[in-house]
Design a protein. Structure first.
Length: 325
């Protein structure tokens, strides 16, 4: 598998995201979670992303149980800060997103001390001695606290050598631009904002990241599923997609079929073609989905498809396409 540099870290160009292993939208068994991780490892994936939020600790526990069996210097793992997991008083209501069976629920805390506690608790769930990348997670309404508290803690951990890279993970690009200008970060995890349906990251984020040598870990490449299987009721950005988005996705799918290729292959290869993108972080809930993600990265997408995509103005004219189309 192709490899890239993320600061001082050597990473694979495809990474495994663990939100589905935390039961995103539907439960995942221990056996399926283990088989997913095994299949990813055997395919050569050596970058793994997780967070306390994913299954309220379940994804971290499952990922750590698998990675503890591997040589520690043979992989790179990222986790996130900004949410502490705490058991609520009384019973916990079922969550709308994560079906993990865990009692704890996330509580936002972007303070310096909260981040230090978060790191310690994540290491406890992972049962690892360290992580390589730490990201401030979804500080959309907490910019000041993130800069004054969370990033101050992360910079200390990086300066001490406890972690190798720091940054933020968000579903928006605008605040990431502000962080890039305010804090010496190494990378960002951007979810769902550079895809065949949304190229908003081209406006400011990608240019500033390239100028400052900030790596992009790109998640949400299928926009929560609509670019994997477009149909009425498909998810976009974790919600039901509106009719206009479904229509656009179906048009892209029809164009792929016309050229004898698959929408998932086009979606993934489009994202990986941008030089700002360091790792494509692909979620999976079973071994078959991992195998499919790898296959989509290798499936032939004819040059004529990219040429027609450009000619029909179905993507931003600034977006680089595979093969220079």
């Amino acid at each position: 598998m192709k490899r890239s540099r993320l600061g001082t870290l050597d990473v694979t160009s495809i990474g495994l995201g663990s939100a589905p292993l935390g039961g995103l939208f539907s439960p995942v068994s221990d056996a399926d979670a283990h088989a997913t991780l095994e299949r990813g490892w055997s395919a050569g994936i050596r970058f793994y992303d997780t967070a306390p939020l994913y299954g309220f600790g379940l994804a971290e526990r499952r990922l750590g149980a698998f990675l503890r069996q591997q040589p520690r210097d043979s992989y790179v793992i990222s986790t996130k800060v900004g949410r502490l997991l705490r058991a609520p008083d009384g019973g916990a209501a079922e969550d709308d997103y994560y079906k993990s069976g865990q009692r704890e629920r996330p509580v936002f805390d972007f303070s310096y001390d909260g981040v230090m506690r978060s790191v310690e608790e994540s290491l406890g769930r992972l049962r690892l001695d360290r992580v390589d990348v730490l990201l401030v997670h979804d500080p959309d309404d907490h910019y000041d606290d993130a800069v004054a508290g969370a990033f101050r803690a992360l910079q200390r951990l990086r300066s001490e050598g406890t972690v190798k890279a720091i940054g933020a993970g968000m579903n928006q690009s605008e605040m990431l631009v502000r962080f890039a200008e305010a804090v010496p970060v190494d990378c960002f995890l951007l979810a769902g904002r550079y895809t065949l349906l949304d190229q908003g990251a081209l406006d400011a984020l990608f240019p500033v990241c390239q100028a400052r040598h900030i790596g992009i870990l790109l998640g949400g490449i299928y926009n929560s599923g609509i670019l994997a299987n477009p149909h009425p009721g498909a998810k976009f950005d974790y919600q039901d997609a509106d009719a206009a988005l479904v229509t656009r996705a179906l048009a892209l799918d029809a164009l792929c079929r016309k050229h004898g290729t698959e929408l998932k292959a086009a979606a993934l290869q489009f994202c990986m073609a941008h030089p700002a993108v360091t790792v494509a972080v692909m979620g999976a809930r079973n071994a078959g989905e991992v195998a499919d993600n790898i296959a989509m990265s290798e499936t032939a997408v004819p040059p004529a498809f990219w040429q027609e995509l450009r000619a029909r103005n179905l993507v931003d004219a600034r977006a680089p396409l595979p093969g220079g189309a």
